[in-house]
Design a protein. Sequence first.
Length: 330
Amino acid sequence: MATIEEVAKEAGVSVATVSRVLNNKSPVSINARIKVENAIKKLKYEPNMLGRNLRRSESRMILALLPSISNPFYASIIQGIEDIAVENNYGVLLCETSSKSEREMLYFNLLKQKLADGVISLDPTIDKNNLKEIGIRYPFIQCCEYDEDLNIPYVAIDNKLAAYKAVKHLISIGHKNIALINSDEKFLYARLRKEGYIEALQENNIEVDEKLMINCDLDFESGKKAMKQLLKSNESLTAVFAVADILAIGAIKAIKEANYRVPDDIAVVGFDNIPMANMIDPALTTIAQPMYQIGCTACKMLIKKINNKDETIENSILGFELIIRESTMK
């Protein structure tokens, strides 16, 4: 493998000139630049990026923390993060935490060892003590889920308002007995979406019934099981708001297995607008988060923080859209 000294010799210039060409810095004459570029091509020289990055105390690597790579919700967000990262000559390392604190620390150690320049966390289960320590010392952006008590920048949507709009839609088409399938309320998004559900009911003088609200794990089978429980104990139930599409899809499966029809007997609204939401039968009415834009925004915020660690990064609240499909259309 050719060295930078050999490139300099072939081009007839100094090593410093080759370095300035590689780093796109002035002053380098056009003639010298052409000679260096030709020498690089001829010798097939590849710069030692690791050495260069160490000298600059940077890795050009961003960590994206998420609890599960298999969750379809994260796909478009990650795509947005990667597109902005690549535009700015950064790589992205996907870090599946499996919601385990020891895994979090493994990845945070990469940051401490300067093997990564910053973190975008999509993990709602991140340990608060770890978050407080790392988020203050290093470039760190919270994405979707965030801790309200810490002064760490985040990008998200207005979850309470979005849930309110979803339930308001069900009320507007005549539903009053509306169930809530929620996730674990240790998560901020679950608490906020429940608040939006309750506010929509109260605003329309509809009783808030605890028997119509159920919490479960965030997966298809849990949504299905939760819906079965609701059907057993609530014969007057006519609609369901699920705080995630994967729960809503499980609910639709349970409704069909109980020989009810969607939406004729029970209408269903989800949240997130994952690709599967438009593929099932009936297609799911849902709140669409701008997931790709969320990823892009989070990465822009992080790179801005990496470039100026003392700069204050403002939180970003993005818009959302209620997409009405067959699961609420009779």
